[in-house]
Design a protein around this ligand. Structure first.
Ligand SMILES: Cc1ncc(COP(=O)(O)O)c(C=O)c1O
Length: 450
């Protein structure tokens, strides 16, 4: 059974007269501007849970069968299609595992959805900062040793949340971390949003649930060719996490009108990636990326330590990477994913054709040949220390707050998430003490405090 086939069969069948939502009625009327950008095909596939189309909130039929196929492909106990991105998977994973005041060990370089999960669950974060690679301005992978000490000094840690690979592609040691978690009865949740291709080629690490994680969440829309915000969540075969409790959590936060075009796209993407054509395509992509890396000029380095092969994190020796980004944007019309003073990140994936790589390669080659003024910047983009937490994010969210001048904020308790992007890691979260060292890093003139 297949959602794609169900939709196609519906076109061919003696269609029912639908008096249901959505009332564009499979494109019987399309708002003209929407038609211009989306075409009519999208509307033809856009249904609600009509007869025979199953229900994502309680799959029994077609969706259930597709989920079983996905689960087989990913070797999971159970897999979920996420029509609201990895964000919804991270929230649901946290809601299913954590309760108010439960202790959860989290690396501070996690995605904003993890902070939001703390607000929703009321859980108590035990923050830690992974080691930094200051030359590249990124956090390194997390090792078993990094987390072991927390289990020695704190009892009853309910869960550990780790991002692997990170935005920049850095892998953590999931295998050994998972052993410590198992020994201490803690659930290991891995945000694998950037690792949706891991199951289909050797990108430098095994998928998290096959290395011992309990739950992993992958954005198919980031590197795997699906549309925004298609994603998957998997529960490992040996995990004690119950699929029913994750489903309940998803039902708590998700729309009651999931997108059928998106579900069909998830099904199509997974089936393609798992086909021999898909695997060959990814292998070919990896070869093209390797060629790109070997052709880089001598004064450009590409990060290659324990990281995802599809990520291109580049440094121009002796230059400020922000200057390079500016030249790429203005002169070559090329936009990077993000840049700091230290390095530029280019994300590649299913749509990264050899032609695209060639254009980037030529632009970088020309820039490295150009004579322009740029000096390496010694500023450390990861200039962070862990703040003092006065309230958990969940407790802080419940309290009244007011806006005050930044100049009088020292000693107050922050009521907002203050982060500098890139790299997007919070300087302060709701409930944390504002100290003198924070004030010089806050660029705006006011701060919301409790
Ligand atoms: C590390 C990480 N986790 C989770 C997410 C959320 O993913 P999604 O956009 O699929 O909700 C992102 C998005 O940028 C991310 O970078």
């Amino acid at each position: 059974m297949s959602i794609i086939k169900k939709i196609k069969d519906y076109y061919k069948s003696n269609k029912s007269l639908l008096f249901t939502t959505p009332t564009h009625s499979q494109g019987s009327f399309i708002i003209p501007d929407a038609q211009d950008i989306l075409g009519s095909q999208y509307f033809k596939s856009d249904f609600s849970e009509i007869d025979g189309f199953d229900n994502l909130r309680a799959p029994q039929d077609t969706i259930k069968a597709v989920l079983e196929q996905i689960s087989q492909i990913y070797h999971s106990k159970y897999s979920f299609m996420l029509t609201n991105g990895s964000t919804s998977g991270i929230l649901a994973a946290m809601l299913s595992v954590l309760k108010n005041n439960d202790k959860v060990l989290i690396a501070r370089n996690c995605h904003i959805s993890v902070y939001n999960g703390l607000v929703l669950t009321g859980a108590r974060p035990l923050w830690f900062l992974p080691d930094a690679d200051e030359q590249w301005g990124i956090y390194k992978g997390i090792t078993a040793k990094d987390i072991e000490k927390y289990f020695e000094s704190e009892n009853d840690i309910k869960a550990v949340i780790i991002t692997s690979p990170t935005y920049e592609g850095i892998f953590s040691d999931i295998k050994n971390i998972s052993e410590i978690c198992k020994k201490n009865n803690a659930i290991l949740i891995v945000d694998e949003a950037h690792g949706a291709l891991l199951n289909f080629a050797d990108l430098g690490s095994k998928p998290a649930i096959l290395s011992g994680a309990d739950i992993s969440i992958q954005s198919l829309h980031k590197t795997a060719g699906a549309i925004n915000p298609a994603a998957l969540m998997h529960i490992a075969d040996s995990s004690p996490v119950k699929p029913e409790s994750v489903q309940n959590a998803l039902n708590l936060i998700n729309t009651t009108s999931p997108s059928y075009p998106l579900m069909a796209d998830i099904e199509a993407t997974v089936k393609y990636l798992n086909s021999s054509a898909g695997k060959e395509y990814i292998t070919n992509l990896l070869q093209q990326i390797e060629i790109f890396k070997t052709c880089l000029s001598q004064n450009i380095s590409c990060y290659s330590e324990n990281n995802d092969k599809t990520k291109l994190l580049l440094r121009f020796n002796g230059c400020n990477a922000l200057d390079i980004a500016e030249i790429l944007n203005t002169k070559y019309n090329i936009e990077e994913e993000y840049s700091t003073q230290k390095a530029l990140l280019f994300i590649t994936g299913i749509g990264t054709t050899p032609e695209k790589l060639k254009k980037l390669s030529e632009a970088l080659f020309n820039i490295s040949d150009e004579n322009f003024e740029s000096h390496a910047d010694c500023t450390n983009p990861l200039n962070l220390t862990l703040p003092v937490m006065k309230y958990t994010p969940g407790a802080a969210y419940q309290l009244d707050s007011k806006i005050i001048d930044k100049d009088s904020a020292q000693g107050c308790i922050c009521a907002e998430c203050i982060m500098k992007y890139p790299p997007g890691i919070p300087l302060l979260l709701p409930g944390e003490l504002i100290q003198n060292s924070h004030l010089c890093c806050i660029e705006k003139s006011t701060v919301r405090v409790i």
